[in-house]
Design a protein around this ligand. Structure first.
Ligand code: HEM
Ligand code: MN
Length: 490
């Protein structure tokens, strides 16, 4: 356990604790808790100027408050909740959050020591991690040319209001170009929601429900939701887990990395960015084909077995075929583990959320302690990209078009240790046909290396539907989000 002052970093952090304020003022936002905006501009940049000018510009972004600390993010949220304007007169809820990330190539350009982590130092394209990614030369711009146009840094700007966001992004571009920092790629995140107001991804499923939680307020909220979920389950006769998923995680073990640039012991975090294109048309057709194998009226359960949740977020392990989707208005149920479905009869072992968070399966199958699987989990901070024909700009309707490309997920995640967390989850869980037991096949959403769907959802190997390639990796990079004191020391 390490402490900063009297702050215990091995427990979720109380954002209101005065003893945490120095720590929170030095840590970038979005690490402990999501910035919460649905619209983002992601600027991938190459350094071309003098090293001294580059460093001075990066330092100034930290010094003048442009980069949003965890403390400032909390203040913005409070102002939004109280309907108060921002300090620059921004309408309530329309303050821009800004985050800065450096790649290993970025550290090397400015001649500074990069934090230690093997995948980070090699870069996503060169990491011989065996993730099943296409070769880097086949990726999209700006990710495919590490020698001509290396990505040295990433700037993420976020705002609920697109015109405020566009203004902030063009101000930022003007400011950085003066130091020879060139934008080589600009990708807009454009969050979607469903009719219940929940965030959804392009296949139409509620996303962002289950996360390792790193702040006291998030843990408290999850505990309230758990109580409500159990009451609902009781009223519907759904089973209760003896050992439900515990969403409370240690920030120190999950995301926090000592920042080598910081003169005062500040922290940063590794950041995984992957552009994952989704073939909605192909996926929806395959999902419908699979649905035809199920009893009439239960077609929706096909998708639920692919993802592990119905489209509305209802976990299929708990509500299965007897109850089906429960149409949550509040937060979808996350208070369960697979002790209610140990043999994968309701939620197959290959379902996306079971592959990526086995909730006790590793302990049941291998006799390992709970940490053996919890140490792999990490907070996801992704947002969807690309546009669809929808009635409203942000709401994904039933009759929205089904594009075969051009839309997808900007997968983003903070890690303490990329090899132990993101790479392990992708390679050893999602891509492994034999994880967690028998031969369930690979993750039908993100498994790379030949996706298929065994007819017998438990252990059989007969392929009836090919789920290959509905999610395509278009490129990405590993970054580090330095502390504010570290940036200011440049
Ligand atoms: C959960 C979709 C990529 C890891 C989910 C959920 C959906 C989803 C619908 C359920 C919401 C929730 O439980 O929070 C997708 C899509 C992807 C994608 C469409 C690609 C286009 C990834 C990748 C990873 C990943 C690349 C990691 C390698 C997870 C994890 C969960 C999750 C850890 C939570 C599982 C749990 O705690 O039960 N995803 N995902 N996802 N996904 Fe993905
Ligand atoms: Mn459907």
């Amino acid at each position: 356990m390490s402490e900063v002052g009297n702050l215990d970093l091995s427990q979720p952090i109380d954002l209101n604790d005065p003893g945490a304020s120095a720590f929170l003022g030095d840590l970038q936002g979005n690490i402990l808790k999501s910035h919460g905006r649905r619209k983002t501009t992601n600027l991938f940049v190459t350094f071309t100027g003098e090293v001294a000018d580059t460093k001075a510009l990066l330092a100034s972004l930290a010094a003048d408050g442009t980069i949003t600390s965890a403390a400032e993010q909390k203040k913005q949220r409070d102002r939004k909740e109280n309907g108060q304007p921002g300090p620059k007169g921004e309408a309530p809820g329309e303050e821009t959050a800004t985050f800065l990330f450096l790649s290993a190539q970025g550290y090397s350009y400015i001649g500074e020591t990069a934090p230690e982590d093997e995948p980070f130092q090699k870069g996503m394209g060169r990491a011989d991690a065996d993730l099943g990614d296409p070769a880097q030369s086949a990726w999209d711009e700006p990710f495919n040319a590490p020698s001509e146009a290396p990505i040295h840094a990433l700037l993420i700007l976020a705002n609920e209001n697109s015109s405020s966001l566009d203004k902030a992004a063009s101000d930022m571009q003007e400011r950085i170009v003066s130091a020879g920092i060139r934008v080589v790629g600009k990708i807009d995140g454009r969050g979607l929601k469903n009719g219940n107001g929940h965030d959804v991804e392009h296949f139409g499923y509620v996303d962002g429900i289950s996360q390792p939680l790193l702040t006291c307020s998030d843990v408290q909220e999850a505990s309230d939701n758990a109580t409500a979920a159990n009451a609902k389950a009781d009223s519907l006769g759904a089973p209760k887990s003896v050992k439900p998923f515990d969403p409370s995680f240690s920030p120190e073990a999950t995301v926090l990395v000592p920042d080598p640039l910081s003169p005062k012991g500040g922290f940063g975090s590794f950041f995984v960015f992957r552009q994952l294109e989704q073939n909605v048309d192909g996926f929806k057709k395959a999902e419908a084909e699979l649905g035809k194998l199920l009893p009439k009226g239960q077609e929706e359960r096909a998708g639920a077995m692919i993802v592990g949740r119905f489209e509305d977020g209802t976990p299929v392990a708990r509500y299965g075929e007897e109850i089906g989707p429960i149409g949550p208005k509040g937060t979808p149920d996350n208070h369960f583990s697979y002790d209610i479905d140990p043999d994968g009869e309701k939620c197959p072992f290959q379902a996306h959320i079971r592959k990526t968070n086995p909730r006790g399966d590793v302990e049941r199958q291998f006799g390992a302690g709970p940490e053996a699987e919890r140490r792999v989990l990490f907070p996801r901070r992704g947002v969807t990209y690309g546009s669809r024909e929808t009635h409203d700009d942000d709401v994904l309707n039933e009759d929205a078009s089904h594009p075969s490309g051009g839309v997808g997920l900007l997968f983003m995640a903070y890690n303490k240790d990329i090899a132990r967390q993101f790479e392990f989850m992708q390679r050893d869980w999602a891509n492994s046909p034999t994880f967690v037991t028998g031969n369930p096949g690979i993750d039908p959403i993100i498994g790379q290396s030949g996706q298929s769907w065994p007819e017998n959802h438990g252990g059989g190997a007969k392929v009836v539907h090919d789920f290959h390639g509905f999610v395509r990796m278009k490129g990405g990079e590993y970054f580090f989000a330095p502390s504010l004191s570290g940036l200011q020391a440049l």
